[in-house]
Design a protein around this ligand. Structure first.
Ligand code: ATP
Ligand code: MG
Length: 402
């Protein structure tokens, strides 16, 4: 018996004690969902600490295998996976399977790495390594190199079956989306907030999005750009909801009353308050921003404190200790760099003063805000918010507001 399979391993979640079953179930759902639109009759089952995806060998389905591999690389919770065979539970069948697998091996050195969790299997792992290794040497004349081999043949002997594969594809690790609850991310068209959102997904949070814009006073290009970013980020969590919220009316009101250097801080507090309302609609536990300490003049510790003061939910800042270079390099690895690099009209630069307050106090800000009545505008902004639903396959605009 040689059945084509993909062996999928998950790391961290195996450590999570009694929550483990929950995590495994979620990861299984997430994998199923990510592969749902691929025309493929792949069957996924969970067996002793790993998932086995059974593949069909029909020709057209071999083509979609590449797409499956690409998808698996983007599912939080998967540490690595390998493409190979499930074989029968005897040394002869293992050797036959490895020989089939090894036909595609590059010439050069190799080693065999056996993990045996099925203790009823009559041979020890080193014995399996030796016998299988010898068979490859005899058959293909390859060289064994235990320290620095060109290829590693992996054999996993579990109670549920014997799995063999060669290339190990790296996943992104982390936790399956959904196991850590929900957050709402304030997303702009820049480099930082998409990376911050990704890091939250990787920690198992389902991420909702809100983008604030000053259209029609500036162009709508930030909205289009955010939509592309959200769509791209949906590859990591399958489907995303993003609200595009117009705040120009509120900004206009702020401008008439607030001293110029306070505008950015006040805009930020407006965003946080609106974001919190959206977060409540979706039962999110926290807000997320892409701020990094000291990166720009508005991102001082004091200003973070002033912004936090108006929120009742925690504001998570996963990039707080990162350099711009590190952030951009992450954005490259998740393919948002190209989109973020496009120019866009930012709502915070709408009627921006030359000088920005870097060390605002809560008292001053409260005092200024007490003179600005914007509660009606808040409701109006949320009423006019456009809701975008993006998935890894499509993006559509939905008319309603919830
Ligand atoms: P980014 O690259 O995410 O735009 P940035 O370095 O440009 O970040 P700021 O523009 O100061 O920083 O924004 C700080 C954070 O505030 C952003 O990371 C984002 O979370 C949030 N934010 C800023 N502008 C908007 C916006 N128009 N809509 C939603 N969130 C925003
Ligand atoms: Mg920005």
């Amino acid at each position: 018996m040689q059945k084509s399979i993909i062996v999928i391993h998950y790391g961290e979640i195996a450590l999570k004690g009694k929550n483990r079953a929950l995590f495994e179930k979620r990861l299984q759902q997430n994998i199923r969902q990510a592969l749902r639109d691929i025309e493929y009759k792949a069957k996924l089952k969970r067996v002793s600490g790993r998932f086995i995806l059974s593949l069909n060998d029909a020709e057209e389905e071999v083509i979609s295998r590449d797409r499956i591999l690409r998808r698996l690389r983007e599912i939080p919770g998967i540490t690595y996976f390998g493409v190979g065979f499930e074989v029968g539970n005897s040394i002869d069948e293992i050797i036959d399977g490895v020989i089939t697998l090894s036909k595609d091996l590059p010439s050069g050195s190799f080693k065999v790495d056996t993990r045996r969790s099925d203790k009823t299997f009559p041979m020890s792992s080193p014995e399996v390594n030796r016998q299988v290794g010898q068979a490859i040497v005899d058959r293909f004349g390859l060289q064994v190199d235990l320290n620095d081999p060109d290829s590693i043949i992996r054999i996993e002997i579990a109670y549920t079956g014997v799995y063999i594969f060669c290339t190990r594809y790296q996943g992104i690790g982390g936790l399956p989306v959904g196991v850590s609850g929900r957050v709402l991310s304030l997303i702009s068209a820049g480099f930082d907030s998409p990376v911050a959102s990704y890091l939250m997904m990787k920690r198992g949070a389902r991420v909702y999005f809100a983008h604030f814009h000053s259209a029609p006073f500036v162009s709508r290009n930030s909205i289009d750009q955010v939509q592309s970013l959200v769509q791209r980020l949906s590859d990591f969590q399958h489907e995303s909801i993003c609200y595009m919220v117009p705040i120009a009316e509120i900004q206009k009101k702020i401008i008439t009353i607030a001293p110029a250097q306070y505008r950015v801080l006040l805009y930020r507090r407006v965003m946080i308050r609106l974001a919190e309302r959206l977060a409540q609609w979706h039962k999110c536990e926290a807000l997320v921003t892409g701020e990094s300490l000291g990166q720009v003049s508005s991102q001082t510790l004091r200003n973070m404190r002033v912004v936090d003061e108006c929120a009742s939910m925690p504001i998570l800042r996963p990039l707080v200790g990162m350099d711009k270079e590190e952030i951009i390099s992450l954005s490259r690895s998740i393919d948002t760099e190209g989109i973020s690099a496009e120019p866009y009209d930012d709502c915070c630069s709408f009627l921006m003063p030359r000088k920005v307050e870097t060390w605002g106090t809560i008292e001053e800000v409260n005092e200024i805000e007490s003179k600005i009545e914007v509660y009606e505008e808040y409701d109006e902004a949320l009423k006019q918010a456009e809701k975008i639903v993006a998935s890894n396959r499509y993006a559509t605009q939905v008319a309603d507001n919830h």
